[in-house]
Design a protein around this ligand. Structure first.
Ligand code: FCB
Length: 782
């Protein structure tokens, strides 16, 4: 078979980081890092500190040419500064010797997010001093290990360290201050500049930095990157690109901040922390830029959208989820964006050598008797490698590609449940087992390329076509059925082997003794809710498929269909059920819950303890909507309630009532069905009962759209005479004139939470229902 080759000398490898694999957090006098303080997970991780020899051997067996690891600052300086700890440095001595002996080139990162706790106690990255302590640390490590490290990286993904650590607080140290986040970002850059200087002074030949680069696109550009943008969208894309990518690229590679970033930094954090000379230092030449790529950022302009706490300065920008395939992390899989990133860097920073220092994926793996058949991970890496190759063929200077990561490990705030490794780790025994992806990667390295003709992911169809039989026959062979003639069986098995087809679901089912099927049960689509439900179905399906489940969609629209579904589940033809949305009266949920098969529900059922569910904070959203109207000076507020046999409607009513009571006002209610015309009729009734009515809160957007129509017909101006607020934020809400103020329900997050809830239940873990926050989106109607 012909090979899609990579250039000679292309560097193949893997990346890891200290905190995520080393464990032994107190061994050899190591000090505490912010991650032990922040995270509840024990930090034994992969015990690599004691098992590094075995791990180096694994890499050698795979033919790995380059290994990027990180040095734990707290091992070298337990208190962050002062006297270096020799025992800590000794560990890296041993590791480097083992690597060199195995013929593996060491790439070392100095800072992969594990700040010594003592330095955080002294103010952490928002303090300038931390960058100077980093320079001292770089000098010591450079002097001690510099003779054996090939390439040095200063900091890993400073955007994540600054904005997740100090902005949204999702990462250690867990602070939530936009000002601190910008200051931290600058000081991480300064640390990079000082680090480069210190390493060079210690004799280092090759030094670089590692950035996470996410192309920023609108939803429409995901499938069509060249699509032209409206002025508003172009501004939104440019601003987020400045915050996430250029905030770091420009200082490092040009010695300046992007012009549109500075006003944002200034109004959030001031600019005192940026001193004369800093940018010049940060922009000193480097030899290599490490690029970590996982997924794009998808945004669009959305006036009056508040800033997302992870992206201070993102007012008026909506972060969108796109219905593409996703990994188990929920990250959209868009390999083409890796070519985009590489091309862009080559065009904007000509002469800079690039290396893909991280790329990989979390999928749910199943350990079977004959291995771990992680076909999803193989296709993920393969498709991304094709994207790298496309860029290389156009002349983009890419030195190599490092998979994230060698071992399943401790994935920061997500703990041990994420599986990014080529090698599986059983955390009870620390036993390592190569997954199919590891063996596949070994072959890629051996041939320095991919197989040109291997179909992206061989399917039942490709096997059937190759063997000249039907799909049913292939599946009978795979399932070991006796009814297939021996010659046919032979042909099919040969085709399976030649194509490298892994009968994944079947193999899993045999070992796990489960069907690996999940029923997605849709109760009668209700008018108005369809759009949201359709989106939830799309996301849930994608996440569960990413986790290796097969989805059977079942429509629960008649009594007969209910009976059939219950029978199907009782017969254990599925392992689990996702039921959405809750049917009136919960009879189906109740019947399904009695089958003993795990069931999860979208929306709180009437009997809340029935089955675990994912819901949104309906009462809180309604209260926020009502308070917004009250704060705007409205005093005669009517509510269109929607049908009150639906629990969500009851909760929205309760939230509205509470807010009115707190303001000392009487509620004024009009029930309605869930249609636009019913909303219009209810508004006419409200206006008839209360001619001085000055606001309407509708329990759904469809009802609110009806209210806008009735207001227009009655000659009331919105918002001057009558303010209108809805709930759900369907597409139409932003498109009407005036734009509808409404409560946003996080659709993709609900779907993700629902899929995760089911996966936890299938793994037999304890689960609790989830209530997600909602957010008021203020537009012109109120
Ligand atoms: C990157 C980090 C790495 C790992 C992967 C999944 O952002 O650098 O440590 O967490 O994501």
């Amino acid at each position: 078979m012909s090979t899609a080759a990579f250039p000679e000398g292309f560097v193949w490898g893997v990346s890891t980081s200290a905190y995520q694999i080393e464990g032994a957090t107190t061994a050899g006098g190591r000090g505490r890092s912010i991650w032990e303080t922040f995270s509840a997970d024990g930090a034994e991780a992969c015990d690599h500190y004691h098992r590094y020899r075995e791990d180096v051997r694994l890499m050698k067996d795979l033919g790995i040419a380059a290994y990027r690891f990180s040095v734990s600052w707290a091992r070298v300086f337990p208190e962050g500064s002062g006297k270096p700890n020799d025992a800590g440095l000794d560990f890296y001595d041993r590791l480097l010797d083992a690597l060199l002996e195995a013929g593996i080139t060491p790439y070392a990162t100095l800072y992969h997010w594990d700040l010594p706790q003592a330095l955080e106690d002294a103010g952490g990255w928002p303090e300038r001093e931390t960058a100077h302590r980093f320079a001292d640390y770089a000098a010591v490590v450079g002097a001690r290990l510099g003779d054996r490290v090939d390439t040095w990286f200063t900091v890993n993904e400073p955007w994540v360290a600054a904005f997740l650590g100090y902005g949204s607080g999702i990462h250690a140290p867990g602070r939530t201050s936009p000002a601190d986040a910008f200051r931290a970002a600058h000081h991480l850059l300064l640390a990079h500049g000082l680090g480069v200087q210190a390493l060079r002074a210690a004799g280092a030949a090759k030094v670089g930095g590692v950035l996470n680069i996410s192309p920023v696109l609108t939803p429409g550009q995901v499938g069509d990157p060249g699509r032209p943008l409206s002025e508003e969208d172009a501004e939104a894309v440019g601003r987020i690109d400045a915050l996430v990518n250029r905030q770091f690229l420009d200082p490092m590679l040009r010695g300046s901040y992007p012009a549109e970033l500075l006003p944002i930094v200034e109004r959030t954090a001031g600019l005192d922390h940026v001193r004369d000379g800093d940018l010049e230092l940060i922009g000193r030449p480097i030899d290599l830029l490490g690029v970590n790529y996982y997924t794009p950022l998808v945004v669009q302009a959305q006036p009056s959208e508040p800033a997302d706490p992870t992206y201070p300065g993102s007012e008026g920008v909506l972060f969108c989820t796109v219905p593409t395939a996703v990994t188990a992390m929920g990250w959209p899989i868009v390999p083409g964006c890796l070519s985009l990133v590489l091309r862009r860097l080559a065009a904007e920073f000509p002469g800079t050598e690039l290396m893909v220092t991280e790329n990989g994926a979390d999928f749910v793996d199943v350990v079977t008797g004959d291995g771990i058949h992680d076909v999803e991970r193989i296709s993920f890496i393969e498709e991304h490698l094709r994207a790298v190759r496309a860029a290389v063929q156009e002349g983009v200077p890419v030195r190599g590609y490092l998979v994230w990561t060698l071992l399943d490990n401790l994935e920061w705030a997500d703990g041990y449940r994420r599986k990014f490794g080529l090698v599986h780790v059983d955390f009870a025994t620390q036993r390592r087992r190569m997954k199919d992806s590891a063996l596949w990667y070994r072959d890629v390295i051996r041939r320095n390329g991919l197989l040109e003709s291997r179909p992206k992911r061989p399917t039942l169809e490709t096997v059937a076509a190759r063997a000249g039989v039907s799909r049913a026959t292939v599946s009978r062979v795979v399932n070991g059925e006796a009814s297939v003639r021996p010659e046919v069986r032979e042909t099919v098995l040969l085709a399976i082997k030649e194509l490298g087809y892994v009968p994944n679901a079947a193999a899993r089912s045999l070992v796990t003794r489960s069907t690996n099927s999940v029923a997605l049960v849709l109760s009668v689509p209700r008018q108005g809710g369809d759009q949201l439900t359709a989106a939830v179905v799309q996301y849930v399906t994608s996440v569960l498929e990413g986790a290796g489940k097969q989805i059977t969609l079942m429509l629960a629209d008649t009594a007969e269909s209910h009976r059939r579904i219950v029978q199907h589940v009782e017969a254990r033809l599925v392992d689990g059920v996702v039921l959405l949305p809750p049917d009136r009266g919960d009879t189906l949920a109740e019947r399904l819950s009695r089958t003993g098969v795990p069931v999860v529900l979208l929306g709180k059922p009437a009997i809340a303890s029935l089955v675990p569910y994912v819901d949104v904070d309906n009462a809180g959203g309604a209260a926020a909507a009502t308070e917004h109207l009250l704060a705007g000076g409205r005093s005669r507020i009517g509510m269109i309630t929607g049908p009150l046999d639906l629990v969500a409607m009851q909760d929205r009513l309760a939230g509205h009532r509470d807010a009115m009571r707190r303001a000392g006002r009487q509620p004024l209610l009009a029930p309605a069905e869930l249609t636009r015309s019913s909303g219009a009729a209810a508004t006419r009734r409200l206006l008839g009962d209360e001619p001085a009515l000055d606001a309407v809160f509708a329990a759904t957007d469809q009802l609110a759209l009806g209210a806008l129509q009735a207001a227009r017909e009655a000659g009331r101006r919105v918002p001057e005479d009558l303010a209108v607020v809805g709930f759900d934020d369907v597409d139409a809400a932003s498109a009407v004139v005036p734009g509808l103020t409404t409560v946003r329900v996080p659709v993709a997050e609900q779907a993700l939470a629902l899929a995760r809830l089911l996966l936890s239940r299938l793994e037999g873990r304890h689960t609790e229902s989830v209530a997600l926050p909602v957010r008021l989106v203020v537009r012109e109607s109120a």
